[in-house]
Design a binder for this molecule. Sequence first.
Ligand code: GLU
Length: 273
Amino acid sequence: MKKLATLCMIMALVAITAHSALAGDTLADVKKKGVLVVGCKDSLAPFGYIDEKTRQIVGYDIDFVNAIAKKLGVKVELKPVTSATRMPQLQEGHIDIIAATMTKNAERAKVIDFSHTYFFTGQKFITKKGGVKSLKDLEGKKIGTAKGSTSEQNVKKAIPSANVLSFDDYPPAFLALQQGKVAAVTTDEAILAGILGKAPKNIRGKYEIPNVQISDEPYGLGMRKDDKNFVDFVNKTLLEMEKSGEAKKIFDKWFGPKSEAPLKRSFKITADK
Ligand code: GLU
């Protein structure tokens, strides 16, 4: 009996040690292994998508983690995640950081920690041209979005009578719109603009993003809870990037006037209050 109790105690200690290593020491761990494993999107231009020529995942989110890895002197390994899988992937230790169009909110902050805001957008809709002037026009309609996203909840709140269909990702939701299976697709405006920007001209011309906004979406890089050294390092790097102009340069590269989805930079990276 005594032996069993000792064994149980040892096992519990091993579990606690393993857990705290996972939760608390990502900065040291990444330096030791020489690689930062990043959970990113791989089909959402301009945040994370596969470049047709190089076949590499590129985008706004990727440039930020590249800068963080460079400062750490380590390589980057990109692992595609979806809106629904990104938090479990982080918690289970399969990735070190989430850089995947992720909105910071109180509910998620109970489970993971977020960096300072490094992008800011709001949720709107893609609809057929001329069809939607206000939320009223979407009442009782089928609306597509992605599983595990804030848009799922926001659209239900904004239009309680809507029938929300959740897809694995936004490109299949846009396909459903083209096939007439949904009346609109909703998510962050910057993502919607990226989807339309990448669509062939003949398709793009049929759709629009009406000026109907249902939420604000500040993006944060996601890290495990109580991983203070890592969170501090990432935040310090983001603030330095803002100060040096590198953050704005990355914004202009992906959202500047010559980009496929031009946007105004309505934010600056500052320390969270
Ligand atoms: N930013 C929103 C979210 O974190 C929508 C985009 C996404 O699904 O990643 O849920």
